[in-house]
Ligand binder design. Structure first.
Ligand code: ATP
Length: 619
C-alpha cells in the first residue's frame, strides 16, 4: 500500500499566501449551503444580523439606565420629593426596553441554533449524495488505488459536517464583526486607542490557533492509511461475514492488539498536539486579558477624575468585556474556518477526481453478428510491474462457447474485466461486432453482457431483488424473478422460504435469512439470466459451490438456451469445460494451447495432462 507523504510546510515567504489560499473553499461552501436551502440560509443571515447588533444596543441602554438612575437619585436628594411611579417611569422605561432587547437576542440565538441544526441534516445528506454519485462515475482502477481510496475515506469521514461548520463560523464571524463595529462606534467616543489595545491583545492567540489548526490537518491527512486500517479491523472484528473465521482461528486478541496499537500511536500524536495547542493558547490568551484589564483600569481612573459619568463607565466596561469576547470569538471562528477549509479541500479533491470520459456512442457494430474478437491484447494493472495478460487473440461468434482454463492467477478474470470494460487494454484491441469496445456506448455494451464474477455481491435485500439486480428495468418484476430462478434451479428453495420471493436475505436486518454457498450461487446465476437482452454470457466459476446434480442441470440448460448467444466460461472443472466449442489454456497471461476438447486431448499437452489428472481423481 502506498502512503501519501505528510504535507510539507510551505516555504516561509509563501506562508501568508498559503494561509489565505486555504480560504478558497469558503465561497464554494457558502454556495453549497445556499443551494441546499435558500430559506434557511436567509434565516441564518437575518438572525445573525439581529444577534450581532443588539448587544451594543443593550450596552447603550445600560448606560441610559445608570445615568437616569443617578439623575433621579440626585433629584430626590435635592428636592426631597417622594418617589412616585411617575418619577420612576422614565428609568423603568429603559429597563423595559433592555428586557425587550435581551429577549430579542435570545430569540435570534434560538433561531440560529434551530436553523443550523436543520441545515446540518440537509447538508449532510446533500454532501453524502454528492460523494456517492461521484463514486458511481469512477472507474474500478480508481477504487483499487490506495491513494484514491484514502481520499474517499477522508471525504466521507469528515467532509459532510464541514461545509455547515464553515458556514456557521462565517456567520458567527459576521455576527461578532457586526457587534464589534457597533461596540467600536461606542468605544471610539472614549478613545480610539482603546480599540487598538483590544485588537493587539487578541492577535497572538489567533496566530497560534491558525498554526495549530494547520498542524492538526497535516496530521489527519498523513495518518489516513492508519485510520483506514483501524476501520478495516473494526469491520473484520464486528461483521457477521468475517466473525466466523476470526472466532475459529482465535484471531480476536491479535487483531484487537493491532487495533489498540494504532490507536496508541495516533493518540500519542494527538496528545502532544493538544497540549502544545492549549498551552500556547493559554499563554497568549493572557496577553488579551492583560490588555482588557489595562483598559478597565484606564476607564476607572477616568471616571474617578470625573471625565466619565457612572453610566458611561458601566457602558464602557460592558463594551470592553463583550468586545473582548466577540473579538476572541471572531478569531476562533477565523482559525476554525481555516481548519474547515483545509478539510473541505479533501472533499473537493475527491469530487474533482478526473472522470475518464466514456466517449463511445455506438449502439451497433460495423459488422453485426461478428461476435467478440481480441486482437493481440495485452494488459498491465496500474502500478504493477509485470503484465497480467500478453498478446491474447481470440474470436467467439454468436452461438459459440469459449472456456478459459488455467492455474490460479493466470489472468482469466482479468480477461473478463477487459471484455466488460472495467479496464481498458494496455495494447491491442477488443472488438464487438467489428467495432472497438472503446467506440461503443457503455450502457449499450453493458446491456449486452450478463456476467457473474466469482466474488458476486450478496445484497442484503429481498431474495427477489437479489435477482432483479441483474436487470434494473425488471428490478421488481416478480414474473421475471421467477423465470430466472427456475432456470438457475433457485426457484425451489426460494418457494420454501418463509416469505417466498419477498424473504429478506442476510443477517443485517430483522428476520433476514442466510443461504448456503450453493444457494447463493444459484441466486447469482439467476441474476445473470435476468439480463434478457444480453447475448454475451460470462460465467466465472458459476457452479463451483453447487452440488453435482445442480451443476449438470445448469449446463444442460445452458446448451439448450445457447442459440445465438456467446458464452464465456471460466472453470477449474474439466467436466464442464469439455463441452465448450473452444478452449483456451492460459498460463502466465499467455495462451499456451487452444482448440476443442478432442483436439486438445490429441495434442497431449497441458490440457490433456490436467484433464487426465482430474479424471483419475474420480476413479
Ligand atoms: N486489481 C488488481 N490489481 C493488480 N493486480 C491484480 C489485480 N487483480 C488481479 N491481479 C493480478 O493479475 C494476475 C491475474 O489475476 P486474475 O484474477 O486474472 O487470475 P485468474 O486466472 O482469474 O485466477 P483464479 O483462477 O485464481 O481466479 C494475478 O497475478 C493477480 O495477482
Amino acid at each position: 500500500m502506498r502512503r501519501s507523504p505528510p504535507d510539507s510546510a510551505p516555504p516561509s515567504g509563501n506562508r501568508l499566501a498559503a494561509f489565505f489560499g486555504v480560504f478558497r473553499y469558503s465561497r464554494r461552501a457558502l454556495s453549497l449551503v445556499w443551494q441546499t436551502s435558500r430559506t434557511l440560509t436567509l434565516g441564518l443571515a437575518v438572525c445573525t444580523l439581529v444577534a450581532g447588533v443588539l448587544p451594543a444596543v443593550a450596552a447603550w441602554i445600560g448606560q441610559l439606565i445608570v445615568d437616569a438612575v443617578v439623575e433621579a437619585m440626585a433629584y430626590h436628594r435635592e428636592t426631597g420629593a417622594p418617589l412616585t411611579f411617575d418619577s420612576a417611569w422614565p428609568v423603568l422605561q429603559y429597563v423595559l426596553a433592555e428586557a425587550g432587547v435581551i429577549a430579542a437576542i435570545a430569540l435570534a440565538q434560538r433561531g440560529l441554533a434551530a436553523q443550523q441544526s436543520l441545515l446540518r441534516a440537509l447538508l449532510g445528506q446533500k454532501v453524502n449524495v454528492m460523494i456517492l454519485e461521484k463514486a458511481g462515475t469512477l472507474s474500478l482502477a480508481q477504487f483499487e488505488d490506495s491513494e484514491f481510496y484514502d481520499k474517499l475515506t477522508r471525504a466521507r469521514r469528515e467532509a459532510s459536517i464541514r461545509p455547515l461548520g464553515l458556514v456557521n463560523k462565517t456567520f458567527s464571524l459576521l455576527q461578532n464583526a457586526i457587534s464589534l463595529v457597533s461596540f467600536g462606534v461606542l468605544l471610539v467616543q472614549f478613545s480610539p486607542w482603546a480599540i487598538l489595545i483590544l485588537v493587539i491583545g487578541a492577535l497572538p492567540v489567533f496566530v497560534s490557533e491558525a498554526k495549530f489548526s494547520g498542524d492538526a490537518f497535516r496530521l489527519f491527512r498523513w495518518r489516513s492509511p492508519q485510520t483506514r486500517m483501524q476501520m478495516y479491523l473494526e469491520t473484520v472484528l464486528a461483521r457477521e461475514d468475517s466473525i466466523k473465521e476470526v472466532k475459529l482461528f482465535g484471531l480476536e486478541p491479535l487483531l484487537l492488539e493491532r487495533y489498540r496499537r494504532i490507536f496508541e500511536t495516533l493518540y500519542g500524536e494527538d496528545r502532544r498536539l493538544t497540549i502544545r495547542r492549549e498551552t500556547w493558547g493559554f499563554l497568549l490568551g493572557l496577553l488579551g486579558t492583560l490588555a482588557f484589564y489595562g483598559a478597565y483600569a484606564w476607564v476607572v481612573v477616568e471616571t474617578i477624575s470625573g471625565a466619565l459619568t457612572l453610566g458611561e463607565m458601566t457602558m464602557y466596561l460592558m463594551v470592553f468585556k463583550q468586545g473582548q469576547a466577540a473579538l476572541s470569538a471572531s478569531l476562533t471562528s477565523i482559525s476554525g474556518m481555516y481548519e474547515d477549509n483545509l478539510y473541505l479541500s479533501n472533499l473537493y479533491e475527491y469530487l474533482e477526481q478526473p472522470v475518464i470520459p466514456e466517449a463511445g456512442s455506438l449502439t451497433q457494430g460495423a459488422r453485426p453478428g461478428d461476435g467478440i474478437r481480441f486482437e493481440e491484447v495485452g494488459f498491465t494493472y496500474p502500478g504493477a510491474e509485470a503484465p497480467a495478460l500478453r498478446d491474447i487473440s481470440l474470436h467467439v461468434a454468436p452461438g459459440q462457447s469459449l472456456a478459459l482454463v488455467g492455474a490460479n492467477g493466470s489472468g482469466k478474470t482479468t480477461l473478463i474485466k477487459l471484455l466488460t470494460r472495467l479496464y481498458e487494454p494496455s495494447s491491442g484491441r477488443i472488438l464487438l461486432d467489428g467495432s472497438d469496445l472503446r467506440e461503443w456506448d457503455v450502457a449499450t455494451l453493458r446491456r449486452r453482457i450478463g456476467v457473474i464474477f466469482q466474488d458476486f455481491v450478496r445484497y442484503q435485500l429481498k431474495v427477489g431483488e437479489n435477482l432483479g439486480a441483474g436487470d434494473v428495468a425488471a428490478f421488481a418484476d416478480e414474473a421475471r424473478w421467477q423465470e430466472a430462478a427456475e432456470r438457475s434451479l433457485a426457484d425451489e428453495f426460494i418457494r420454501n422460504m418463509p416469505g417466498g420471493y419477498h424473504t429478506q436475505l442476510g443477517r443485517w436486518f430483522k428476520g433476514g435469512q442466510e443461504l448456503s454457498g450453493g444457494q447463493w450461487q444459484k441466486i447469482a446465476l439467476a441474476r445473470a439470466y435476468m439480463r434478457e437482452s444480453a447475448d454475451i454470457l460470462v460465467l466465472d466459476e458459476p457452479t463451483a459451490a453447487m452440488d453435482a446434480a445442480a451443476e449438470a442441470a445448469v449446463y444442460a440448460d445452458f446448451r439448450e438456451h445457447r442459440r445465438d448467444k456467446m458464452t464465456i466460461l471460466i472453470s477449474h472443472r474439466f467436466s464442464t469445460v469439455r463441452a465448450a466449442d473452444q478452449i483456451l489454456v492460459i498460463d502466465g497471461g499467455e495462451v499456451i494451447e487452444r482448440g476443442d476438447h478432442a483436439s486438445l486431448m490429441a495434442q497431449n499437452g497441458r490440457y490433456a495432462r490436467l484433464f487426465r489428472l482430474q479424471a483419475e481423481g474420480y476413479r
